[in-house]
Design a protein around this ligand. Structure first.
Ligand SMILES: Nc1nc2c(c(=O)[nH]1)N[C@H]1C(S)=C(S)[C@@H](COP(=O)(O)OP(=O)(O)OC[C@H]3O[C@@H](n4cnc5c(=O)[nH]c(N)nc54)[C@H](O)[C@@H]3O)O[C@H]1N2
Ligand SMILES: Nc1nc2c(c(=O)[nH]1)N[C@H]1C(S)=C(S)[C@@H](COP(=O)(O)OP(=O)(O)OC[C@H]3O[C@@H](n4cnc5c(=O)[nH]c(N)nc54)[C@H](O)[C@@H]3O)O[C@H]1N2
Ligand code: SF4
Ligand SMILES: [Mo]
Length: 700
C-alpha cells in the first residue's frame, strides 16, 4: 500500500477543531499534522494532539471487551468476546428496563465532539429504551444560558477577524493553553498594534503575555462589567444610535449600572478603582474612535455561582459602545450556535414515543448515584453507560462520585480508549475507536467551518466506534426500526440541515473530500442588529429572565464560597481555589501519555509567597488541600502568579496517577450556577497545610 494522506478533524473538546492531515504508511498512521490550507488551523496542531499517534498506538489501549474480576475500582479485568459482552449488557439492561427504563442512565460528554460518535446512535438507543435523559451541563451551560438571554444564541465575532482589532479583552480564558489558534490571531493583532488585556484572577500563561492583567477575585466578573457600564455611561462613551436602534432596556440598565460606582466595583472585585475606570475608558474610547474592540470571553469565568449573570453582563458591553458595527469588534464566547446541526435527525427524539423520562444532571452524579427511589427523584439509578466521559476524575465532589460507582447493585459499562479512573469501576469495559479509526462530522465552537473526519486506519485491536456498540445492542434488544441500521456515513450526511441558509452548500461526500467548509455568514453578524433574541435586539432587559424567575437586568450574584459572601466558612477555609486546565492535558485526556505527563510533571498547587509563608510551606514541598468535602495533595509552587488568597491547581489529573490517588475534584462542590444548572468548580474555599513528603514512586 502506498503512503497516503487522510483528511481528519481534531475531535477534542477545544474551540479550535483543527483540520488534520494524517500520514498513513501501509495501514499504519505515522504522523498527524495541521492542515496548512485551513485558515484557522494554519498548519499548526497543539502539543497534545501532535501526540495523537502516540496516544492511538499506546500500549495501554483497551483492545478487547473486558469483564471485571476484581473489586470495583481495582481495575482487574478478564477478556471476553464482543458477542458475550453485548449479550450480557442486553440481558442486564433488559431486566432493569422491564421494571423501569428510567433506572438506566447514559453518562457522556465531549471526549469526542463528533456529531456522529458523540450523540447520534447512542441517543436513538436510549430514546427507544426510555432511559433517563442526561442534562449535559458539566462545562458551558451557565455561560451559554446567560449569553442566550442577552444575544440570543451562541454566535459572535469570527476568530478570523480578531487580527484587525485594536483592543482585545481576554476575559476568563487562557488561550495559550486552551484556544491556541485564537492566540495566534491575537499575536497578529499585537504585531499590528493592538492592546491586550487579560482579566483573570491568576497570572496564566496568557495573562503573562498581555499588556495588562486585571487580577480580580474569582466570581466577581459580573461586578466588573457593571462598573465598566457605570463609567461608560458617566463619561458619555455610549453609542446612542446603536443603543436606540438595536437594544432593549437601556434606561433600566442605566439606573442599575449607576449603582456600581468604581469604588464599589473595586471593593467587590478586589482591585483598584483606577483599574475599573481605566479599563472602561480604554474600551469606550477605542470604540468611539471606530476601532475594532473585541472581547474573547471564555468559560473560565462562568464556573461560579453567578457565572450565567457574569457572561450576560459582559455580553451587554459591545452593544453599549456599538462595537458590533466593526467586523473585528463584538464578543465571542462560542460560535456553536452558528451551525445548523440537525440533532433531531441524528438523535430521533420521536423514538421516545410521547414519553418524557426524568432528567439527571451530570454535574450532580455524585448525589444522584446515592439517591434512593422516591416520588420526587424517581427510581434509583441501577445502570450507567459511560462513553466520551470520565466522571470519576472530572465531576465535582469526587468522594461521592466514587461511593456511587462503588455500589454493588449498580451495573456500569464504560466505552473507552484507556483504563481511566472511571473504567476501573466498570463491570464491562468496551474498546472504543479513536478519531483515526472512525468517521465523523464536526461543528466547532471557536470557528465557523463544518469539518469532516475520515477513518485513516483500521480499528486497533477489537475496538469499535460508539455507534457500532449501540447498533449491536439495539439489535440484540430487538429494536428493529430502520434507523438502527444506518451507517456512520449515513449519519454524517444528516449532520447539518442543508435547507438552512448557512449550510446550503453542505454535502457530506464533498465535505469528506475537502475536509472543511465555511458557513455562509456575514463578517459582522450584528452590525445592524438582527440579534436572535425574542425582540431581535440585544436585551439589556430580558423578559425571558423575568419569566424564568431571574433578575431581568444585569446584576451581581456573589460566589457561594468567598471571604465576602461567606465569612464564617472563610474563617475555616480562607483560600479560594480554582483548577483550570493544564496546557498539556485536555481535561483528563492525555494524562496517561507519558511525554505529555512528563511535561506537566505531577499535580502542583500555585500559592502566593505570603500564603505559603504563613503555613510554613516552602517551594517544592508537598501541600495538603482540604475542606469539608475532602482533600488531596499537590506539590507547592510558591509564586505570585496566584494572587494572595488564591490557590491554583492546574487540572485534570488522573487520580490513579497522583501520589494519593486523588485530584482537585475532591474539594469542589456539587452546587449549581445561577442559570444553566452548571457546576461551580471555581467557587471553592479550602485550607492548605504542609503535608508529609511525597511517597510517589516515580517509576509508576
Ligand atoms: N490545553 C487544554 N485546552 C483545553 C482544555 C484543557 O483541559 N487543556 N479544556 C477544553 C475545555 S473542555 C474547555 S471548556 C476550555 C476551557 O478553557 P477556558 O474557557 O479558557 O477556561 P478555563 O481554562 O477553565 O479558565 C480560563 C482562565 O479563567 C480563569 N478564571 C478562573 N476563575 C475565573 C473567574 O472567576 N473570573 C475570570 N475572569 N477568570 C477566571 C482561570 O484562571 C484560567 O486562566 O478549554 C478547552 N481547551
Ligand atoms: N476541577 C475541575 N474539573 C473539571 C474542569 C475543571 O476545569 N476543573 N473542567 C470541566 C469541563 S470544562 C469539562 S468539559 C469536563 C470534561 O469532562 P469529560 O468530557 O469527561 O472529559 P475528559 O476527561 O477528557 O474525558 C473524556 C473521555 O472520553 C474518552 N474518549 C474520547 N474519544 C472517545 C470516543 O470516540 N469514544 C469513547 N467511548 N470514548 C472517547 C477519552 O479517552 C476520555 O477518557 O470536565 C470538567 N471538570
Ligand atoms: S486540541 Fe485544540 S488546538 Fe489541539 S489540535 Fe485539537 S483543536 Fe487543535
Ligand atoms: Mo469544557
Amino acid at each position: 500500500m502506498p503512503v497516503t494522506q487522510v483528511r481528519a478533524a481534531c475531535p477534542h473538546d477545544c474551540p479550535d477543531t483543527c483540520a488534520i492531515l494524517v500520514t498513513v504508511d501501509n495501514g499504519v498512521a505515522t504522523e498527524v499534522k495541521g492542515d496548512p490550507e485551513h485558515p484557522t488551523t494554519a498548519g499548526v496542531l497543539c502539543t497534545k494532539v501532535a501526540r495523537y499517534v502516540e496516544r492511538t498506538y499506546h500500549p495501554d489501549r483497551v483492545l478487547y471487551p473486558m469483564r471485571r474480576v476484581g473489586r470495583k475500582g481495582e481495575g482487574k479485568f478478564e477478556r471476553i468476546g464482543w458477542d458475550e459482552a453485548i449479550g450480557e449488557i442486553a440481558t442486564r439492561l433488559g431486566a432493569i428496563a422491564a421494571r423501569d427504563p428510567e433506572a438506566i442512565l447514559p453518562y457522556s460528554y465531549a471526549g469526542t465532539m463528533g456529531l456522529v460518535q458523540g450523540d447520534s446512535m447512542s441517543l436513538r438507543f436510549f430514546n427507544k429504551l426510555g432511559a433517563s435523559l442526561l442534562d449535559r451541563t458539566i462545562c458551558a451551560t451557565a455561560g451559554a444560558t446567560g449569553y442566550k438571554y442577552t444575544i440570543g444564541a451562541s454566535m459572535g465575532t469570527d476568530i478570523e477577524q480578531f487580527q484587525d482589532a485594536k483592543l482585545i479583552l481576554i476575559w476568563g480564558g487562557n488561550p495559550i493553553a486552551s484556544n491556541l489558534h485564537f492566540w495566534m490571531r491575537v499575536q497578529e493583532a499585537k504585531r499590528r498594534g493592538a492592546t491586550l488585556v487579560a482579566i483573570d484572577p491568576y497570572r496564566s500563561l496568557t495573562a503573562e503575555k498581555c499588556h495588562q492583567h486585571i487580577a480580580l477575585l474569582p466570581g466577581t466578573d459580573a461586578a466588573l462589567a457593571l462598573g465598566m457600564m457605570h463609567v461608560l455611561i458617566a463619561e458619555d462613551l455610549i453609542d446612542q444610535d446603536y443603543v436606540a436602534r438595536y437594544t432593549l432596556g437601556y434606561d433600566e440598565l442605566k439606573a442599575r449600572a449607576l449603582e456600581w460606582t468604581p469604588q464599589r466595583t473595586a471593593e467587590t472585585c478586589g482591585i483598584t478603582a483606577a483599574e475599573v475606570v481605566d479599563l472602561a475608558r480604554l474600551y469606550g474610547q477605542a470604540a468611539r474612535r471606530g476601532e475594532g474592540v473585541a472581547i474573547r470571553m471564555n468559560y473560565g469565568l462562568q464556573r461560579v455561582r453567578g457565572g450565567g449573570m457574569a457572561v450576560r453582563n459582559i455580553a451587554c458591553l459591545p452593544a453599549l459602545v456599538g462595537a458590533w458595527r466593526h467586523k473585528a469588534g463584538g464578543v465571542q464566547l462560542s460560535t456553536s450556535g452558528s451551525f445548523p446541526a440537525n440533532r433531531p435527525a441524528l438523535q430521533r427524539p420521536d423514538l421516545l414515543g410521547g414519553r418524557t423520562p426524568r432528567t439527571i444532571n451530570m454535574t450532580t452524579i455524585g448525589d444522584d448515584l446515592l439517591q434512593d427511589a422516591s416520588p420526587e427523584f424517581g427510581p434509583k439509578i441501577e445502570a450507567v453507560i459511560v462513553y466520551n466521559a470520565n466522571p470519576l476524575a472530572i465531576a465535582p465532589e469526587s468522594s461521592k462520585v466514587q461511593q456511587g460507582f462503588e455500589r454493588d447493585d449498580l451495573f456500569t459499562v464504560v466505552l473507552e480508549h484507556f483504563y481511566t479512573d472511571s473504567a476501573d469501576y466498570a463491570d464491562i469495559v468496551l474498546p472504543a475507536t479513536t478519531q483515526l479509526e472512525h468517521v465523523d462530522a464536526h461543528l466547532a465552537y471557536g470557528h465557523l467551518y463544518m469539518m469532516a473526519n475520515n477513518a485513516a486506519i483500521a480499528p486497533v485491536g477489537e475496538a469499535k466506534p460508539n455507534t457500532e456498540f449501540f447498533r449491536l445492542l439495539a439489535a440484540r434488544m430487538g429494536f428493529d426500526d430502520p434507523c438502527f441500521s444506518e451507517t456512520d456515513d449515513q449519519l454524517a450526511a444528516q449532520a447539518f440541515d442543508k435547507k438552512h441558509e448557512r449550510a446550503i452548500h453542505f454535502d457530506w461526500e464533498s465535505l469528506k473530500q475537502k475536509g472543511w467548509q465555511k458557513l455562509n455568514m456575514p463578517d459582522a453578524p450584528f452590525a445592524e442588529g438582527g440579534f436572535p433574541t425574542p425582540s431581535g435586539k440585544c436585551e439589556f432587559y430580558s423578559s425571558s429572565m423575568a419569566r424564568d424567575g431571574l433578575d431581568p437586568l444585569p446584576t451581581y450574584i456573589p460566589p457561594y464560597e468567598s471571604a465576602a459572601s461567606n465569612p464564617e466558612l472563610a474563617r475555616k477555609y480562607p483560600l479560594a481555589m480554582i483548577s483550570p486546565p493544564a496546557r498539556n492535558f485536555l481535561n483528563s485526556t492525555f494524562v496517561n501519555v507519558q511525554s505529555l505527563r512528563a511535561t506537566e510533571g505531577e499535580p502542583h498547587l500555585d500559592i502566593h509567597p505570603n500564603d505559603a509563608a504563613r503555613r510554613g510551606i516552602a517551594h517544592g514541598e508537598m501541600a495538603r488541600i482540604f475542606n469539608d468535602r475532602g482533600s488531596f495533595v499537590a506539590r507547592a509552587r510558591v509564586t505570585d502568579k496566584a494572587r494572595e488568597g488564591l490557590v491554583v491547581g492546574l487540572s485534570i489529573w488522573w487520580k490513579k496517577l497522583a501520589s494519593d490517588g486523588k485530584n482537585a475534584n475532591e474539594v469542589t462542590s456539587q452546587r449549581l450556577t445561577d442559570m444553566g444548572r452548571a457546576p461551580t468548580f471555581y467557587d471553592t474555599l479550602v485550607q492548605v497545610e504542609k503535608a508529609a513528603p511525597s511517597t510517589r514512586d516515580e517509576t509508576l
